[in-house]
Design a protein around this ligand. Sequence first.
Ligand SMILES: NC(=O)C1=CN([C@@H]2O[C@H](COP(=O)(O)OP(=O)(O)OC[C@H]3O[C@@H](n4cnc5c(N)ncnc54)[C@H](OP(=O)(O)O)[C@@H]3O)[C@@H](O)[C@H]2O)C=CC1
Ligand SMILES: O=C(O)C1=N[C@H](C(=O)O)C[C@H](O)C1
Length: 268
Amino acid sequence: MNDLRIAIMGAEGRMGQQLVRAVAASEGCVVAGATERPGSVAVGKDIGVLAGLGPMGVNVSDNAEAVIAASDAILDFTAPAATLKFADMAACGGIVHVIGTTGFSQEDEAKIRAAAERARIIKAGNMSLGVNLLTAVTRRVSAALDMDFDIEIVEMHHRHKVDAPSGTALMLAHAAADGRGVSLEDTAVRVRDGHTGPRAKGAIGMQSLRGGSVVGDHTVILAGEGERIELTHRAEDRSIFARGAVKAALWGRDKAPGLYSMIDVLGL
Ligand SMILES: NC(=O)C1=CN([C@@H]2O[C@H](COP(=O)(O)OP(=O)(O)OC[C@H]3O[C@@H](n4cnc5c(N)ncnc54)[C@H](OP(=O)(O)O)[C@@H]3O)[C@@H](O)[C@H]2O)C=CC1
Ligand SMILES: O=C(O)C1=N[C@H](C(=O)O)C[C@H](O)C1
């Protein structure tokens, strides 16, 4: 089988550079292209040099459409508006679109579902093995405990993160709600301030902390009368997300069009 031709969108970003290194280190795929937005100082530069690997002979382009047309798969950890455009382009070619971007609105999510009628989209707020295992565990633990256990999810990220709660916190909250057989839309509490009154029974709370260089910490707290369970994942290095994204692209190459998650990729 030919090597999978992978393009990295937003190649100069924190995740973009990790993705270049992860593809270069993986078997069965090659870096076939890279993009940044028009006007970026990275445009025209060799992507290998930008990622600290030495020349790779692939330059950063500002023409996403041409790059996507020449690829079998794209790895996209950019921003919601950019990802929606890339999803339309990936759907035209029916290629694999790995979406790590977070911070989508409900309307954005509907557009991604529509694109998945033609593209093979693998989307997850967190591509690491550890967090996806934690998601599966959260679903099971929530199913085992009754509503007397209050669920709160606490996340902390670096000072540059622009969306809250994190995509991972939302994944974990959905898993907790699924485990309980309730809808997250009906139970989520994303902000508390002032005279809030007592906690509503069955609420699923989310709290976001921002500071320094924290890669990503998530804790699911299940607090009952006289006891408390805390399930924690700490990301120490962004390479865990990049490795997951490459695995997802390779997994997706022989799948039918549709919207998949890392839980599907990892078989959890
Ligand atoms: N699912 C997962 O496992 C993970 C998800 N993430 C998510 O990935 C996203 C990116 O995170 P991070 O790398 O830290 O952010 P960065 O801001 O470092 O990187 C994003 C990159 O995308 C670029 N970009 C934005 N719009 C476009 C466009 N239209 N065309 C091409 N490039 C574009 C940005 O360029 P510019 O600076 O010019 O805007 C930037 O280089 C976030 O949503 C984050 O939450 C992060 C880690 C893991
Ligand atoms: O922006 C980040 O950095 C991260 N974003 C993802 C999220 O929103 O959960 C994944 C990871 O926690 C790092």
